[in-house]
Design a protein around this ligand. Sequence first.
Ligand code: UDP
Length: 240
Amino acid sequence: SKPSFKWRRVLLKVSGEALAGDHSQNIDPKITMAIAREVAAVTRLGIEVALVVGGGNIFRGSSWAGSSGLDRSSADYIGMLATVMNAIFLQATMESIGTPTRVQTAFRMSEVAEPYIRRRAVRHLEKGRVVIFAAGTGNPFFTTDTAAALRCAEINAEVVLKATNVDGVFDEDPKRNPQARFHETLTYQEVTSKDLSVMDMTAITLCQENNIPVIVFNFNKPGNIEKAIKGERVGTLIGA
Ligand code: UDP
């Protein structure tokens, strides 16, 4: 019989920044390969994995809006297109090691990827395919963290696993203050009231309203993605 793990279906959020590493060309293939390998390992165990990928390594709408005559919505559409580039890169990497993958975009780009169709996404997962959700929510003024919370709720995934460059949530930036206090667990309330910059408010509120736990963890430590997906203790657990 199959070993039983804590989660049956997870939503892994990979930010664009995470993909960049210190590579000069926006995407570090060592990082995408590391993610692909760990995701492949857990799908082989029968855990269903959906991914939401960010685009901040290529373009972030909010930092361009207002400058050079770009209105916010146009800037955000460019940002959403950036997530599609990352998604295709990740898809190609996963398929190069034999992991079947589908990209679904929040707005149609049907020559490039499937459009987002909830039931179809679920079917792919049931068949053991990794589904990569791209183009965020498809709406300007949102983030891919919110897309992660939304897709998680839609496909009935049990947890949002947020891969970051730090070990979890601290009360201050641990890169600036090495004395910063680490939180093993937090309530949604604490995250919002202390304004701990974990996720934007829209994303965390959506998780709270739907009782979706969020785990913030360091994906740079080899094995951590696997651990988080299997439900082993890593990072900070945010819940009720
Ligand atoms: N974006 C958007 N709507 C969404 C998701 C993303 O407009 O639902 C745009 C927004 O401009 C954002 C960019 O896409 O800055 C890249 O996404 P995000 O900043 O969330 O990526 P990450 O921080 O995860 O790399």
